[in-house]
Design a protein. Structure first.
Length: 157
């Protein structure tokens, strides 16, 4: 009869050891801090950063723009043009489409990429850039999506 308590103690110790090692190492890792591998170009407009967000930015702050992918799966944004004042500009993209999309910003119509959100599906992501006055192109960099119509113009004054 001495074997049953020893077996229970061994099982309890094993469960405790598994619980101690199995803790989550990614608490909140994708809810608010995902970053893209956005290129930075000081000659074309300054620095670029990108971060995921859990909700779209409100309409109050100057320099904050909102755009959405077509929710039915068409290769389109809800806007073909965006405009902002020179300086720090945050673009928040919503994607409720069944396809993964992103928003990528480049200098001119075929210049260097200044920043991008990660490609994602469901929710919102933002990219923040410091932009000089000029014309920029925004597009989805998923292969085929730009050619399919996910492209527009950002005018910074």
């Amino acid at each position: 009869m001495l074997k049953l308590p020893a077996l229970l103690l061994t099982a309890a110790a094993l469960a405790l050891g598994v619980a101690a090692c199995g803790g989550s190492s990614n608490s909140g890792s994708n809810s608010g801090g995902a970053t893209s591998s956005a290129a930075q170009s000081s000659a074309a407009g300054g620095s670029a950063t990108s971060a995921g967000t859990s909700s779209a930015t409100g309409g109050g702050a100057s320099g904050s723009l909102a755009i959405a992918a077509n929710p039915s799966g068409q290769l389109a944004y809800d806007k073909k043009t965006l405009s902002a004042k020179a300086g720090k500009v945050t673009i928040t993209m919503t994607n409720m489409s069944p396809l993964g999309h992103n928003i990528t910003i480049e200098q001119g119509t075929n210049g260097s990429v200044l920043g991008a959100t990660p490609t994602f599906q469901g929710g919102t992501k933002s990219v923040t850039l410091t932009l000089k006055a000029g014309k920029y192109t925004f597009f989805c960099s998923v292969p085929g999506h730009r050619a399919g119509g996910m492209v527009g113009t950002l005018t910074v004054s």
